[in-house]
Design a protein around this ligand. Sequence first.
Ligand code: NDP
Ligand code: OXD
Length: 308
Amino acid sequence: MRITLCLTANKPEPWQAGLRAALPQADVDIWQPGAPAAPADYAVVWAPPQAFIDAQPGLRALFNIGAGVDALLPLRLPPSLRVVRLDDAGMSVQMAEYVCHALIRHFREFDGYEADARAGRWSYRKPRERADWPVGIMGLGVLGERVARAVGAFEFPVHGWSRTPKRIEGVVCHHGADGLDGFLAQCRVLVNLLPLTPETENLLDRHTLGRLQPGAVLINVARGGHVVDEDLLALLDCGHLAGATLDVFRTEPLPADHPFWHHPRITVTPHTAARTLRAESIAQIAHKIAALERGDPIAGVVDPARGY
Ligand code: NDP
Ligand code: OXD
């Protein structure tokens, strides 16, 4: 069995060593653009170029080293090729940490306390009611459900929105295009954990964000392509939104002249909410390759028609 690696922006050697250790029977090589490539059975990839896909027509599965497959599905892929996303692999707990940190920072006004402390000011703010801070999670998949439970543990009212109906204890679940307006109207904090698909691209614009409760906060940890940047800025500047914590952007790295960098009510982090953990990811991918070799089914196969 042969596995080939094409990990744009990630050093491939530690992945090669890890996969060799996990699957000693496999030959594991690293794709070199322009060099002749031995035909592989499986590929482990992040944002590969079309040339890589074209050079490997015999692949049985393409393992993405992330949860989001939006960089893969626009490629011309053989119709029978399975695309497999990472299923948690240590990301959901990181996502829960990130979102709870951002939520609590806004809710408890920690930025204000930090500014007071820098000015040598001992001042209290009036405690806020959790009931006035319902949190909405868009996307109730592997990451969204974990985040919803973590937010619920802090006793915020939690709403969730997904494509298909869900039942999650402690979460008021909404679904489908018809459920969107009702969901948004309930939310003071909106957490985006949707995959980027043709249906969800540009979903967070002046109309949808405008339906949130006044003084709302956006936490975008999914993809930059979900948000219409100018609409977000306009809603912050007119005061309808009180703040935004943004981990993902249309162009990454965020260009130096982008207004998000210096906006007083926007916090920028460099796409780091939930990092791919190499050891966990290799273990998951190796386990799935072994299952496919035995002819067993695996979880995390992407449905190209849905886009996630
Ligand atoms: P999943 O595929 O497990 O979950 C996706 C969820 O979104 C599902 O609940 C799905 O609904 C819902 N959804 C999809 N399309 C629609 C739609 N049109 N309308 C309403 N709901 C929809 O993904 P994960 O939870 O694993 O990951 C989510 C995203 O997080 C990734 O795609 C990626 O973009 C981002 N991400 C960001 C990271 C970061 O560091 N910032 C790290 C990792 C991921 P249903 O359940 O009904 O199918
Ligand atoms: C992912 C990401 O999709 O890191 O896993 O964004």
